[in-house]
Design a protein around this ligand. Structure first.
Ligand code: CO
Length: 197
């Protein structure tokens, strides 16, 4: 698609929004009130608002390769801080996806450059869970590491000082671990209980 077509598409989209709600943009331009923070993968096949069927304004989004929550990543921590402390979202959704290229690269272990460094977090997850993974075939192992990565990033988000403080102050805040299936478009709740983390 030519980039000129993107501007045409954008006009069409804006007109459609106005047809549904003539005040859509004027009310959004004043304030945002999202109730969800989405921490997901940058993968182009996992478009946050589209898969949740939510309009602009409903979800605050942070995406990176393989949906990693690293305690040294100011970008992710700033997004969590702003979402929790200013926007006061009630749900943080850490969403991974099956078929994640980042997870695959971590499993293969030979990715050079920045991406290779970025994925070291997932390489640690593989090492830590090697007993659970050892009897699985390649596909099962790939799926399992995608799920374990979500679990680990939910734990990482839970242990940030931001979330710990929010819970100490009795904020109504829940962290969810979800996984999206690219091949059928369905989201699954991994049902990670806060008490088991
Ligand atoms: Co991915």
């Amino acid at each position: 698609m030519d980039t000129k077509d993107i501007f045409k598409n954008n006009k069409k989209w804006a007109q459609e929004q106005l047809k549904n709600n003539p005040k859509f943009f004027t009310s959004l331009s004043k304030q945002q009130h999202p109730n969800y923070l989405w921490i997901g993968c940058s993968d182009s096949r996992v478009p946050t608002n589209q898969i949740m069927n939510l309009p602009a304004g409903d979800v605050f989004v942070h995406r990176n390769i393989a949906n990693i929550v690293a305690h040294t990543d100011f970008n992710c921590l700033s997004a969590i801080e702003y979402a929790v402390e200013v926007l006061k979202v009630e749900h943080i959704i850490v969403c991974g996806h099956y078929g994640c290229g980042g997870v695959k690269a971590a499993m293969d272990g030979n990715t050079p450059g920045y991406v290779g460094n970025w994925l070291s977090n997932i390489k640690d997850i593989i090492k830590l869970n090697k007993d659970e993974l050892k009897d699985l075939n390649e596909q099962e192992k790939y799926n399992k590491v995608c799920e374990l990565n979500v679990l680990e990033q939910v734990k990482n988000a839970s242990s940030t000082t931001i979330v710990q403080n929010a819970w100490k102050n009795n904020a109504n805040l829940t962290i969810h671990g979800w996984i999206y299936c690219i091949s059928d478009g369905i989201l699954h709740d991994l049902k990670l209980d806060k008490n088991t983390l």
